[in-house]
Design a protein around this ligand. Structure first.
Ligand code: SME
Length: 295
């Protein structure tokens, strides 16, 4: 039942940052498996619907739901029983979340664009679509993720975070992303707790000190006190460890697993007072996302 048809080379991300939690379209199939149900299945197929065949009768409501979050066009292929099988299309890429119901008998034929107004003129179908959307929305994380950042980029970051289950790869790409895509940052990376101290993890920027004792510097303070430390002027912070002489302000956010700090995100800026309280909130949310992804 894990057939999921997707073609094309460009990844498709949600249009809006508040939907970044959905991740790249390829991630949506597994999430939807717990969202599709008999009540969202087309009535003519409902008797046959089961959790073992979750995509049965879900194509049109799913395709319009996907369009809400990911944009693109909804296309339909005529089926032998006089209906259309609907899927999603973006320039150069298609995604069909409900292909599994057909097994080897995927419908052939020329696809034609489908209109939302046409399908939803049937109130029964509209109700099912709204139910499906409510069931998906119930999974939405409760905190807003971002403040004032370019939305598509943050969706891309979530895509990077969920592209692998290797934590080193996830941290390395996150560090590189923050270093290359956020402005006025001269060091972005992670220190990880090892043998009771912080040791250098994946980062982007100049080579940095490899060990920081608990309680020392900005990072060691964030670790020891388990709190975000936002430093507008590093020269005024007692015990600040200067890895890059250009650094003027710094933000360090602890990362947790099972209630314990296992590392910190460290961001340095060459600009005094670079990190606002809103930035702090955004980067704390990013760390919460990382905690979720890395489990
Ligand atoms: N400034 C940090 C040390 C790490 S480097 O900035 C990368 C601190 O005082 O903990």
């Amino acid at each position: 039942m894990k057939t999921y048809k997707q073609t094309g080379t460009e990844a498709v991300y949600p249009l809006r940052a508040q939907d970044a939690w959905l991740g790249e379209i390829g991630k949506l199939y597994d999430r939807m498996s717990g969202v599709w149900c008999a009540d969202t299945c087309a009535p003519r197929l409902r008797q046959e619907w089961s959790p073992d065949n979750p995509t049965l009768g879900q194509c049109s409501v799913t395709a319009f739901l996907v369009q809400d979050y990911y944009g693109g066009r909804v296309m339909g292929i005529p089926t032998s029983d006089g209906h259309f099988h609907l899927y999603n299309e973006w320039q150069g890429r298609t995604a069909d979340l409900t292909s599994a119901q057909f097994g080897k008998n995927y419908p052939r034929g020329a696809a034609v664009p489908q209109s939302r107004e046409n399908h939803f003129s049937d109130p029964e179908k509209r109700d099912r679509y709204e139910l499906l959307k409510r069931r998906l929305e119930a999974l939405r994380p409760s905190r807003p993720l971002w403040h004032g950042e370019p939305e598509s980029e943050l969706c891309e970051l979530y895509g990077l975070m969920t592209a692998t289950d290797n934590p080193v790869s996830v941290l390395a790409n996150t560090a590189s992303f923050l270093y290359t895509r956020r402005e006025r940052i001269n060091w972005a990376g992670f220190y990880l707790v090892r043998r009771g101290e912080l040791q250098l993890g994946p980062f982007s920027g100049k080579p940095a000190c490899v060990r920081i004792a608990k309680g020392r510097g900005v990072c060691g303070t964030a670790f020891a006190e388990d709190r975000t430390v936002r430093v507008p002027d590093v020269h005024a912070f007692p015990g600040h460890i200067a890895c890059d002489g250009a650094s003027r302000s710094e933000l360090v956010v602890p990362l947790h697993r099972r209630g314990r700090v296992w590392g910190v995100l460290d961001l340095d800026s060459p600009v005094p007072d670079r990190f606002t309280p809103e930035d702090q909130d955004s980067f704390e949310n990013l760390c919460a996302m990382l905690e979720g992804v890395l489990g």
